[in-house]
Design a protein around this ligand. Structure first.
Ligand code: FES
Length: 172
């Protein structure tokens, strides 16, 4: 196992970094006079921070004059929003029927062994987030994995090793 890979094997979640509101303030300023601005503000804040920090929810609630509970309602309804910091590289393993039948469980286990995290977890260095997902619509290439927008079909244990090695060597 390479040193870069070994660096990512702890499962402990890192604390959120201190919240700098500057970018959130800029996003709010951009949309504040537009009706129905909550969604674009949340999307803009997530684009800036990679997720929606708790402190940003308080700030948005205050500036847009809505209750934090309303914001959390939106955040939990739409799967596109994330309340925890995410990794630079999002690894997704399909657990749909075709992929399951062709060995997705072994692929999941191997990623877990190599990067030390399970579903919806992020490595402490924020290099990887790992997610199990439903059918990705390319069953002919099962078992399937993705890293960000890149698709990897006919996955094997060896391909897991190659993927982890490749993305571990990229700059953060
Ligand atoms: S079941 Fe995995 S892509 Fe369809």
């Amino acid at each position: 196992m390479s040193e870069a890979v070994a660096d990512t094997t702890q499962t402990e979640m890192q604390e959120e970094s201190p919240f700098d509101p500057t970018k959130a303030e800029q996003v709010i300023e951009r949309y504040k006079d537009i009706p129905g601005n909550l969604m674009p503000v949340l999307q803009g804040v997530q684009d800036e921070y990679g997720y929606i920090p708790k402190a940003a929810v308080e700030l948005i609630a205050d500036r847009l004059n809505v209750y934090p509970s309303q914001i959390y309602g939106v955040l939990t309804f739409y799967a596109q929003f994330h309340l925890k910091p995410r990794g630079k590289y999002i690894i997704r393993v399909c657990m749909g029927t075709a992929c399951h039948v062709l060995g997705a469980e072994r692929i999941r286990e191997t990623f877990h062994e190599r990067i030390g995290i399970g579903h919806a977890e992020t490595t402490p260095d924020k290099r990887f987030t790992f997610e199990l997902v439903a059918c990705l619509g390319a069953c002919g290439m099962a078992p399937l994995a993705m890293v960000n927008d890149e698709t990897y079909g006919k996955m094997t244990v060896q391909k897991v090793d190659e993927i982890v090695k490749e993305y571990s060597s990229l700059p953060l």
